[in-house]
Design a protein around this ligand. Structure first.
Ligand SMILES: Nc1ncnc2c1ncn2[C@@H]1O[C@H](COP(=O)(O)OP(=O)(O)O)[C@@H](O)[C@H]1O
Ligand SMILES: [Mg+2]
Length: 334
């Protein structure tokens, strides 16, 4: 989780997550950490959970994977499994029965439980938790949450009017030519319904690391020149920076620079998320099983030999460090 130096880079983002995670607030609020694969979402999300736990919050947590997107209520099961015995007495009988059937804790009757009953049960469970502790609902890779869970959570979150409730999610955004996700469908955005259900919600985009952040991320024996090279070739992506730096010694087998196709990247203010699900695109069920096997490059190795980010060409190139992923990619598109 931590950088080689023992701490986290992205200190401003970390401070925001930490403040959010440890605050005990009167009204429900949400924070979404958004970025492409390897940008550092899970790192901040996990650190936020540690802080919330230390502050005495009850954690309802799920980390769905791509292969579980079609498993109904897999996420709800993660979120509630631990607390259900503690709050079961507060859930009305028919709702508890429906929830237990959904979570495969009791056999189904003749009629399958309705989404309405399960949503009400989730709401009662949440209220039960909130009567005892501040609650943090935390979902990493929320783009892979199954639809049934999403529906039950949205129903419940719309109706929890008060109480110290926070929602912290990490969500993957598209990186069209990223070697990890090339060829995969764009990540689902249906999770934004969760933010829309909360009275207060914000999105924090993880932009590329700058040169100094990359240098802090890498082991201390990496020279400034090497760090500069890694920063260029990773395009400020921490995952790739670490991968590339690990191959610095391996001159026989250099990694190609990370290529990305520029695309629109807009930050959505919290207010723009306050729309109903009807305006959201249809949910897809991505299959990332092949992720990581493909290598795509639109820059040739080494990047410096093409003059990328070379100061003598700076008038026609983007400045370093890039402020956005798409700006970062201008070297590949010009
Ligand atoms: N803020 C950070 N400080 C230190 N290391 C980081 C940071 N963000 C990411 N990393 C490193 O990069 C790797 C990828 O980060 P991760 O959080 O898994 O990305 P994501 O969840 O966005 O795919 C991590 O294993 C971690 O080593
Ligand atoms: Mg992650």
């Amino acid at each position: 989780m931590a950088a080689a130096s023992g701490g986290l880079v992205r200190s401003a983002e970390w401070q925001r997550v930490r403040d959010f995670a440890q605050e005990v607030r009167a009204a429900p609020a949400a924070l979404a950490i958004q970025g492409e694969a390897g940008a550092g979402k899970s790192t901040l999300w996990r650190a936020g959970l540690e802080v919330a736990a230390a502050a005495g919050h009850r954690l309802l947590r799920s980390e769905p994977s791509a292969s579980e997107t079609d498993l109904s209520f897999a996420g709800l099961s993660d979120l509630l499994a631990e607390v259900l015995p503690l709050v079961a007495a507060r859930i009305p009988g028919p709702q508890l029965e429906a929830l237990e059937v959904a979570l495969l804790l009791r056999p189904a009757g003749e009629e399958p439980p309705t989404a309405h009953a399960i949503g009400l049960a989730m709401l009662a469970a949440l209220r039960g938790c909130l009567s005892q502790h501040p609650v943090l609902i935390a979902v990493d890779d929320v783009q892979w949450l199954d639809d049934a869970t999403l529906e039950a959570m949205t129903f419940a979150l719309r109706r929890v009017s008060g109480g110290p409730l926070s929602l912290l999610v990490a969500a993957r955004t598209e990186a069209v030519a990223d070697p990890l996700t090339v060829g995969a469908p764009p990540p689902s955005r249906a999770w934004q319904e969760l933010l829309a259900a909360m009275p207060e919600a914000a999105v924090m985009d993880l932009v590329p690391l700058d040169m100094w952040q990359v240098q802090n991320l890498l082991p201390p024996d990496v020279t400034a020149a090497q760090a500069r090279q890694v920063a260029r070739q990773s395009r400020g992506n921490p995952f790739w920076a670490l991968q590339i730096s690990a191959s610095l010694e391996d001159a026989e087998n250099p990694l190609p620079p990370l290529a990305r196709t520029p695309g629109p990247r807009t930050r959505q203010p919290a207010s723009s998320l306050r729309r109903r699900s009807s305006s959201l695109p249809a949910r897809t069920s991505p299959d990332w099983s092949a992720a990581g096997s493909a290598r795509v490059s639109c820059c040739s190795w080494p990047a410096t030999s093409r003059g990328h980010w070379n100061s003598s060409r700076s008038s026609t190139r983007a400045s370093w460090p890039p402020r956005t992923w798409s700006e970062c990619c201008r070297c590949c598109s010009t």
